[in-house]
Design a protein around this ligand. Sequence first.
Ligand code: CUO
Length: 686
Amino acid sequence: KDENVTQVVQIIAQKLNINPDNIESTKRPDKYKSVTNQLVNKFGADAGRTIPVRNIALPDVSLPQQLPYNDHFSLFVPAHRRMAGKLIDIFMNMRDVNDLQSLCSYCQLRINPHMFNYCLSVAILHRPDTKGLNIPTLAENFPDKFVDQKVVRKAREITTTVQKGERTPIVIPQATASDLEPEQRVAYFREDIGINLHHWHWHLVYPFESADVNIVNKDRRGELFYYMHQQIIARYNTERMCNNLARVEPYQDFRGPISEGYFPKLNSQVASRAWPPRFAHSRIQDLDRPVDLIRADVYQLEIWRDRFLEAIEAGAILLPNGRTHPLDEATGIDVLGNLMESSIISRNRSHYGDLHNMGHVFISFAHDPDNRHLENFGVMGDSATAMRDPVFYRWHAHVDDIFNLHKAKLPAYTPRQLEFPAIRVSSIGVEGRGGANTLRTQWEQSTVELSRGLDFMPRGSMLARFEHLQHDDFNYVIEVDNTSGASLMGTVRIFIAPVADERGHTLPFEEQRRLMIELDKFSQGLRPGNNTIRHRSTESSVTIPYERTFRNQERRPGDPGSTEAAEFDFCGCGWPHHMLLPKGTAQGYKMVLFVMVSNWMEDRIEQDLVGSCNDAASYCGIRDRKYPDRKAMGYPFDRPNPARALSDFLRPNMAVRECSINFTDATRNLSFEISFFQLEVKFTRK
Ligand code: CUO
């Protein structure tokens, strides 16, 4: 074997759209050479680095290979999940990084690229020897899941016809529908690249299936599934209200039509197919798709749902051995979350089934339930694209309603559970460029580099511009009085929520609490006497910086800057900072800012956080650690309370402030350059 040839193939083959059959032929040295020569000719001097590949005894990858190379891959389709679970295990069990690399070289052109990318990303996130390794975000490898097909086509055209220095950026169109479609008003949220990347990354950190149960069974995983998606619904509903839309209607009548249509305007490069649309008023139907090994009736979804309702009503779930397990205050939501999702740590999958995942599947095949048109699933079938579709929020609103039934069974928090004796919060406010208690939002234009995500040919830079929501940075200013005479530690929890419903009526507590958006949570030392806490919005425990959403520097442990690189794997999970605040309105959208200081001694989890990424822990948890707050996620708004209004709920250690979010329909002069391939971000503020 010619080792140099092996090396060159491993690097270059991945960059080119090679027919896998040609690569199969690499087993035979003569053909192998001819392919290599082709590659070298095509790629030329740009192949600057070679990677030696160890010859290993290959594990059996026949199960994952059953998914055709050019098909779509869905985490929600049970058969795909099983194949992916197997591949994750194979990757996890490789002896060391070199063996893993050899296996990857083998798999790369034999395994469906979407599944390969997903499983390798999960393995890199979870193997102890790859923890410092940066994983490429999906936007790098598959920009076609994030960008209008017209843009990709245009970019190809320009890179072949226009000289490098003479290209002007393509503008990524914002509209997937016209003004006739009211849902279009919140398309900037649904189709935001950062939001969709967050969602994909979250499901990567919390995979459904693996033989290594530790990968799936993370601390309070089921509860985080509930909470992260609950927050998405709270944010989306607020966003809708800013745009004169009513809160989302839960999708609960599985026999009724789905009034919203969605035409994604995305084209899959791997499958060379447009992502199928869903026409308005479609209904989900019984599925019989042998090609996906799916045969399921809508009736099944209803049965599973009814079993959840029964369990919640009874306050206990049924276990496979016929016994029951109580849904208690501390762990009930976690148990339910795992049953609902469902993952392999569901306590009784044969009884409670696969409600949430199969909801995605039924909806995503509404256009072709029996495969008669040979169409693939719609965007709801892929965690990287699902949030683009209005029906995603309708489905998750229903899922959230079910969780909320359980929360409603729990006793309301007592004053003792809410108060922090000796601590009085006298005020909260915000200060920023908008002046006191006024937050400002506007559009911002960013530039993405598409050239390397097109077809991996060295064509020179090709930029595309897109617009997204942005807000001015601000500070929270919180006045806290500590009368204990000693220093104390507090947990500061900050939320924001609308004050009025769609018709302008003041929101009752029960509705408002479900719209509470977590903005930040941090621990804070409190000296005896008055304390003025100034805390920057950019330090939010919910978000990751805009640059990190897209960033992917190719660094490895040991490389210069690797300490920083170590932060970029798990840390890709996090709500994108540019979407921290709702859009607001031109007149100023009234919201209430809420702060609570609770006793950190009761909240804290004793654990070492050195070297771990924890800056978006609220929605993502902390890698290999416990969720860093003992309280229920969403506390103190996770359960109902007899209070009629927020003002009745307040205790001395809480404060509120009405503020307004003022939106300016203009584009801020801030430019970013993001390469989809390297995801290297440069930005300059002018
Ligand atoms: Cu994240 Cu339904 O769980 O998409």
